[in-house]
Write a protein that binds this ligand. Structure first.
Ligand SMILES: Nc1nc2c(ncn2[C@@H]2O[C@H](COP(=O)(O)OP(=O)(O)OP(=O)(O)O)[C@@H](O)[C@H]2O)c(=O)[nH]1
Ligand SMILES: [Mg+2]
Length: 683
C-alpha cells in the first residue's frame, strides 16, 4: 500500500462543476470563491449578484444558462472552476469543458426525482473518462440518512459511490461532519472554516461502521488493504489517503463529500480533496491522447463575445505555453494570432502575458476558432483531440426582426450566438420563407431570443415554424384547356386535353403523353409539362401538390398563333378546372419518433401519444441504459412542435426524442381547415 498514488499532483487544475439542475452548483462556486478569498463574501443566488449567473438571462430565469469560468487560488495553487448549467437544455455547454478538465465535482442532492438527470451526467463523465467527486449538497435539509441517500443515488453511477464523510447531527439537525479518512469531526460554522473536534462518543460506532464500509470498497482495488481488514489490522492513514486518491484518479470509485453550499459548509474539505486528489494536467493529457512536448496544445472549452473585448476563446493549455501575440494553428490548417490572454472570474478578466500548461485562460480575438477545437503551435496544427457532436434539435421557432431594417443585423447576431453555442442551428426554409432557429428546448431558444433582444438590441418576433403540408387528389378526371386570344397581329393559341389521376403515397409527380399524329408538336408537349408543374406548386387548397399523374392525351395547335406560353397557359387552365373535380385533400407529414425516458415515466409518455394523434409502435428497455425505456411511435409533425415541453415536464427535464420523416397522411376536418386558414387560403 501507499505505492499507488505517488503523492499529490501539483500545478494549475481545472475543475468542472456539474450536476442536476438547481442542485447548488452556482452556490457552491460562490462559496468556494468566498472561502479562497477571490470575492469578499458569498452572495446567495437569489441576490442576482453571484460570480456565475451574472447574465440578465440567468437572473431572469433563476438558473444557469451557460458555463462560467472562475480562477482562484487555494493554498498557493491555482484552480479554475467551470460552473456548468444543470438544465439538460444547456447541457451542451458542459461537454467541451468536461473534455479538458482534470476532475468533475458532481453536485447532487437527496432528491429521487433528479436521479435520471444525475445518471445522464455520470454517463457523460464515463464516456469522456473524467474522474469525479460527488458533493452531496443541501445536507441542512436532508431528512434521510446519508447512507440511504447514497443507496438511492447509486443506480445513477456506474462506479461505486464511496462515502467519505458522514453528517454529525444534534437533535436531528446537521451541525457538522465526520471525515472517515481523517477520523475527525468538523463542527460547521456559517460562512467560515469548520471547527475541528473529537468524534463525539455517541457517534463513534456509526463512524467505525461507515469507515469500515469505506475501507471495504477501497480494498476491492488493494489486496494489502484487504488482508489487513481480514486480519483486523488498522491500516495506516497515509495508505488510506493514497488509495482514495488513486481510486479517484483511476475512476474506480466516486468519493462522496457532504455539505451545505449555501452556508459555505463542507467547502474547505472539498477544496482539500481537490488539492490532494485531483489528477493533474499530465493525466488529463494522457486521457485526451494529447502530445506532450514543447509545442503548445490548447483545447477550446467555450467561446464568448464580450460587449467590449471582442471574442474570447476560453482554453485549457494542455502543453507548452501561450504568449500574447503568438500564432496558433487551427485544425483546418489556418492560423490565428492570440491577442490578449486573460484570467477569468465570471465576467471579470485580468490581463496576463503568458499562460502555461495546466492554465485555463481566455485567448483573445481568435476569429476563426471554434469551441471544442484543438489548437497548436506545431506547424500545420495537431490532431483534433475531442469530437463534439451536438444532439439533434428538439425545438424550433421561426424568427424575424420586428423591423425590416434589422434583418442583416439579426443574421449577424445569430451567427455570433451560434458561435458561442454550437448546438444552435439556423436554416432558411425556402417553402415558407422562414428563418428557423432550432435548439434543445423551449427555454434554450427563449434565452437565445432574449440575447437577441437584450445584448444585441434587436426586437424580434417568433412563432412556431410552418408545417410543410402538401395536397393530393382522391379521384381522376379528364379536362380540356383552351387558351385562345386574338388581339391585333399575332394571336395566342393552345389547346390540350389532360387526364389527372391520383398516384400511390410517396410516388411524387408523373407526366406522360399519349399524343399521336403530332396533334400537339413535341416542343409544346414540353410546354404543357412546364405549365402543369407550375400549377402544382400551389393546388386548389393552396399547398404544393404531390402524388399525381398527368397525361396529355389530346389537343390541337395553330401553325402561327401557338407558342410555348400559350400551351403553358392552356395546361394551367386545364389543371385548375380538372383538379377541382378530383376531390383534393390535404396531406400532413407524419414522423417516426423515438422517445427516451426514465422507465417510471414510460406509462405517462405512452398516455400522451394518442392525445397528439400519435400511434404507439412499441416500447422496450433502452439498450445499455438501466432504468430507461425507448418508446416508438408515429406522430404528425404538427403535433411534435411542442412535444418536448410535455416530455420534459413529465420527466423532471430529462426525456428527449428524435424524429425522422415517415410518410404523408391525409388530413381532413377541423384541423385541415385550420391549416388552410393559417395558410391564408381557406377552402
Ligand atoms: N437548503 C439548501 N439550499 C441550497 C443549498 N445550496 C443551494 N441551495 C439552493 O438551491 C437553489 C439552486 O441553487 P443554485 O446554486 O442556483 O443551483 P445550480 O445547481 O447552480 O442550478 P443550475 O445551474 O440552474 O442547474 C437555490 O435556491 C439555492 O439557494 C444548500 O446547501 N442548502
Ligand atoms: Mg447554476
Amino acid at each position: 500500500m501507499g505505492t499507488r498514488a505517488g503523492g499529490r499532483r501539483t500545478g494549475p487544475k481545472c475543475i468542472a462543476i456539474v450536476g442536476p439542475f438547481a442542485s447548488g452548483k452556482t452556490t457552491l462556486l460562490e462559496a468556494i470563491l468566498a472561502r479562497t478569498g477571490s470575492i469578499p463574501r458569498q452572495n446567495p443566488v437569489s441576490s442576482g449578484n453571484t460570480v456565475s449567473d451574472y447574465s440578465p438571462e440567468a437572473r431572469a430565469h433563476a438558473m444557469s444558462v451557460e458555463a462560467t469560468v472562475a480562477t482562484t487560488e487555494f493554498m498557493g495553487e491555482q484552480i479554475t472552476f467551470v460552473d456548468c448549467p444543470g438544465s439538460i437544455e444547456f447541457s451542451f455547454e458542459a461537454e467541451p469543458v468536461l473534455a479538458a478538465c482534470d476532475l468533475a465535482v458532481v453536485v447532487a442532492e437527496a432528491d429521487e426525482k433528479k436521479i435520471p438527470a444525475l445518471q445522464l451526467i455520470m454517463r457523460k463523465l464515463d464516456d469522456l473518462g473524467v474522474p469525479r467527486i460527488l458533493f452531496l449538497n443541501k445536507v441542512d435539509k436532508a431528512i434521510a440518512g446519508v447512507r440511504d441517500t447514497l443507496k438511492m443515488l447509486q443506480p445513477a453511477s456506474s462506479v461505486p459511490l464511496l462515502l467519505r464523510q458522514i453528517p454529525l447531527r444534534k437533535d436531528g439537525v446537521v451541525i457538522g461532519s465526520i471525515d472517515l479518512a481523517l477520523e475527525r469531526a468538523y463542527i460547521y460554522r456559517e460562512y467560515a472554516e469548520s471547527e475541528v473536534a473529537e468524534i463525539p462518543g455517541d457517534d463513534k460506532a456509526r463512524e467505525l461502521e461507515a469507515r469500515f464500509s469505506m475501507l471495504e470498497t477501497l480494498a476491492d482495488h488493494d489486496d494489502q488493504l484487504m488482508e489487513q481488514l481480514l486480519e483486523e489490522i488498522e491500516p495506516p492513514k497515509d495508505a488510506v489517503f493514497d488509495d482514495l486518491a488513486a481510486d479517484l484518479r483511476d475512476g474506480a470509485v466516486t468519493p462522496v463529500l457532504i455539505g451545505t453550499a449555501e452556508k459555505g459548509n463542507g467547502v474547505l474539505r472539498l477544496l482539500k480533496a481537490i488539492r490532494h486528489d485531483a489528477p493533474d494536467i499530465e493525466a488529463t493529457r494522457k486521457r485526451l491522447g494529447a502530445p506532450d512536448g514543447a509545442a503548445t496544445v490548447a483545447q477550446v472549452m467555450k467561446t464568448i463575445h464580450t460587449p467590449h473585448g471582442g471574442k474570447l476563446s476560453v482554453s485549457r493549455i494542455l502543453s507548452g505555453q501561450v504568449v500574447d501575440g503568438s500564432e496558433l494553428w487551427l485544425p483546418g490548417g489556418d492560423t490565428a494570432k492570440v491577442s490578449g490572454i486573460y484570467r477569468m472570474l465570471g465576467k471579470d478578466q485580468v490581463k496576463l502575458t503568458i499562460a502555461k500548461a495546466g492554465d485555463t485562460v481566455a485567448l483573445g480575438k481568435l476569429d476563426e476558432v471554434k469551441t471544442g477545437q484543438t489548437l497548436s503551435s506545431a506547424k500545420g496544427g495537431t490532431k483534433q483531440l475531442f469530437e463534439f457532436e451536438p444532439p439533434q434539435p428538439v425545438f424550433a421557432f421561426a424568427l424575424r426582426p420586428k423591423e425590416r431594417k434589422d434583418e442583416v443585423k439579426m443574421s449577424a447576431a445569430i451567427q455570433r450566438l451560434a458561435e458561442e453555442d454550437p448546438s444552435l442551428s439556423l436554416r432558411h426554409n425556402q417553402d415558407s420563407a422562414e428563418t428557423v432557429l432550432s435548439g434543445h428546448g423551449e427555454m434554450h431558444l427563449r434565452v437565445v431570443r432574449e440575447r437577441l433582444e437584450g445584448k444585441n438590441q434587436i426586437p424580434v418576433e417568433g412563432h412556431a415554424p410552418a408545417v410543410p403540408y402538401r395536397e393530393t387528389i382522391r379521384k381522376s378526371a379528364q379536362q380540356r384547356g383552351r387558351h385562345k386570344k386574338q388581339s391585333g397581329g399575332h394571336g395566342q393559341f393552345g389547346d390540350v386535353v389532360i387526364e389527372i389521376k391520383p398516384l400511390p403515397r410517396g410516388a411524387g409527380f408523373q407526366f406522360t403523353d399519349t399524343i399521336t399524329g403530332g396533334v400537339v408538336p413535341k416542343t409544346y408537349i414540353q410546354s404543357v409539362e412546364t405549365g402543369v408543374r407550375d400549377y402544382l406548386k400551389s393546388g386548389p387548397l393552396g399547398f404544393p401538390v404531390v402524388d399525381v399523374a398527368v397525361n396529355l392525351s389530346d389537343g390541337s395547335y395553330h401553325a402561327v398563333d401557338s407558342s410555348d406560353m400559350a400551351f403553358q397557359m392552356a395546361a394551367r387552365l386545364a389543371m385548375k378546372e380538372g383538379m377541382a373535380a378530383c376531390s383534393p385533400v390535404l396531406l400532413e407529414p407524419v414522423m417516426k419518433v423515438e422517445i427516451v425516458t426514465p422507465s417510471d415515466a414510460t406509462s405517462k409518455i405512452i398516455a400522451l401519444i394518442p392525445q397528439r394523434r400519435g400511434q404507439i409502435l412499441g416500447y422496450d428497455a433502452r439498450p445499455d441504459w438501466p432504468g430507461w425505456d425507448v418508446v416508438e411511435a408515429t406522430m404528425p409533425q404538427a403535433e411534435i412542435g411542442d412535444l418536448i415541453i410535455e416530455l420534459r415536464s413529465a420527466t423532471a427535464g430529462v426525456a428527449s426524442y428524435r424524429a425522422v420523416f415517415d410518410h404523408m397522411a391525409e388530413l381532413t376536418g377541423r384541423l385541415a381547415d385550420e391549416a388552410m386558414n393559417a395558410n391564408g387560403k381557406a377552402a
